[in-house]
Design a protein around this ligand. Structure first.
Ligand code: XMP
Length: 429
């Protein structure tokens, strides 16, 4: 293995992800595992140089204090240990803590600072090959950052043993399905099954105005389409997923209750009986992007803004109709093009258009005409819990308005949403 690892065992400290990042910032790879890791599991982890057992407020579960077992204490590895009940092993002060961590990682464990993307990729390729052998792997490739990076990594590791399925549900942004085909089939020579499920999704969604019902229909239909494709394929043993570390944290661990159930974790049809391949599950989002970049994926795939799972389905407000769906897709493409041209692409956290189910009177070709309106939203946030509105230059907004009303069929007005979160949410439904 190319890189050393410090193992952090979860004894109920909510600080573990932070500690993991602090050690990675020193150039040493870290992973967080449950406190009750077995000797076999420990032996299977590559390059472990030392173990941190960090206690915390959740260390006592149902009245019993949890602790690591003989597999850990008898491993012979250096251990940095919470010294007594519930107390964390590390000082709270940042500078003190860094000194303790450095002394442990480099002084006691003699770890080498060799954590970088090239070594991570080389190790993951070896691990994937070891796990998969000569068997076949299936991946739902949406074209989002996480599934794209998993695809690129697996193509490198096992080539044609991977089959990617891209479901076009008709709710993707302009150019996205085409880009998935171009990058993965044409450039990376992957086995890619492209499923045109547009009519199927839009038929299921016809007349449905309630946002939560729309979300449920899109999610359930996606699983159904994917499952149908999976059943057509013979001899698949593994399912790859773009699970990343924050997904795992949000889904809960042995010591932390779930924040929310995540679509990447546990949302699978169970009777398909696949074993999972999740090579990114220990990476934070910025590291996933760095991995994608190192694997040669295009910048507009790796650095793309967040996009909700139900896609344009929740931006075509109320019951989705094809004309409004096209209008929101086209206006969104114009907005993205203009933001990129004017240096706002990497600066604004999320920006998009939404189309309400609302017509107003206007003038087109010297005649009165009732047409749709489009709303522009551009916000900045750290964690999506609160958000502020980007101060988009007024002349740029006017230019975008002229382009949208001139180029997008059926749209005669453009509105700019000035509302921070709260009171508005980022999306409109
Ligand atoms: P709100 O609208 O709640 O959005 O302020 C916060 C962030 O979550 C995204 N979002 C979703 N993501 N499925 C997703 O995967 C969804 O149903 C969904 N709804 C909202 C939204 O784009 C923003 O980044």
């Amino acid at each position: 293995m190319k890189q050393d690892m410090i193992l952090i065992l979860d004894l109920g400290s909510e600080e573990n992800p932070k500690i993991a990042r602090e050690i990675r910032a020193m150039g040493v790879y870290t992973e967080i595992h449950p406190h009750d890791i077995t000797a076999g599991q420990l032996a299977a982890l590559p390059g472990v140089k030392g173990i941190i057992l960090n206690g915390g407020p959740n260390r006592v579960i149902d009245g019993v204090e949890i602790d690591a077992g003989e597999a850990v204490y008898g491993s012979g590895l250096p251990i940095l240990c919470a010294d007594h009940k519930g107390e964390p092993a590390l000082p709270a002060d940042d500078a003190d803590r860094e000194a303790v961590l450095r002394d442990f990682v480099f002084g006691q464990c003699h770890a080498e600072a060799n954590w970088n993307m090239d070594n991570f990729i080389a190790d993951q390729i070896e691990l994937i090959r070891r796990q998969v052998g000569d068997k076949k792997v299936l991946l739902a490739l949406s074209g989002g950052v996480d599934s794209s990076v998993v695809a690129a990594l697996l193509i490198k590791a096992i080539g044609k043993q991977l089959t990617c399925v891209h479901v076009n549900h008709g709710l993707l942004r302009k150019g996205e399905p085409e880009q998935v085909v171009q990058v993965f089939r044409d450039e990376m020579d992957a086995n890619l099954i492209y499923v045109d499920a547009v009519d199927r999704f839009l038929d299921k969604l016809a007349g449905v105005a309630d946002p939560e019902r729309k979300r449920k229909i899109i999610g359930a239909e996606f699983i159904r389409v994917f499952e149908e494709e999976a059943r057509k394929l013979e001899g698949i043993d593994f399912l790859a997923q773009g699970t990343i570390y924050p997904d795992i944290i949000e889904s809960g661990t042995k010591t932390v209750k779930a924040v929310k159930s995540h679509h990447n974790v546990g949302g699978l049809p169970e009777d398909l009986n696949f074993e999972l391949v999740e090579p990114l599950k220990m990476l934070f989002k910025d590291e996933v992007r760095a991995c994608g970049k190192a694997l040669g994926l295009p910048d507009n795939m790796v650095y793309r803004q967040p996009f909700p799972g139900p896609g344009l389905g929740v931006r075509c407000l109320g019951a989705i109709t094809r004309d409004r769906l096209e209008a929101v897709r086209e206006s969104d493409a114009i907005l993205r093009e203009e933001f990129a041209k004017n240096g706002l692409e990497g600066k604004v956290w999320q920006y998009f258009t939404a189309i309400p189910d609302l017509k107003s009177v206007g003038v087109r070709d010297n005649k009165r005409a009732d047409e749709w309106c489009v709303i522009i939203r551009a916000v900045n946030t750290v964690d999506a819990m609160t958000a502020t509105v980007e101060n988009v230059p007024f002349d740029l907004l006017q230019h975008i308005t002229a382009r949208i009303t001139g180029e997008v069929a059926g749209v005669n007005r453009v509105l700019f949403d000035l509302t921070p979160k709260p009171t508005g949410t980022i999306e409109w439904e």
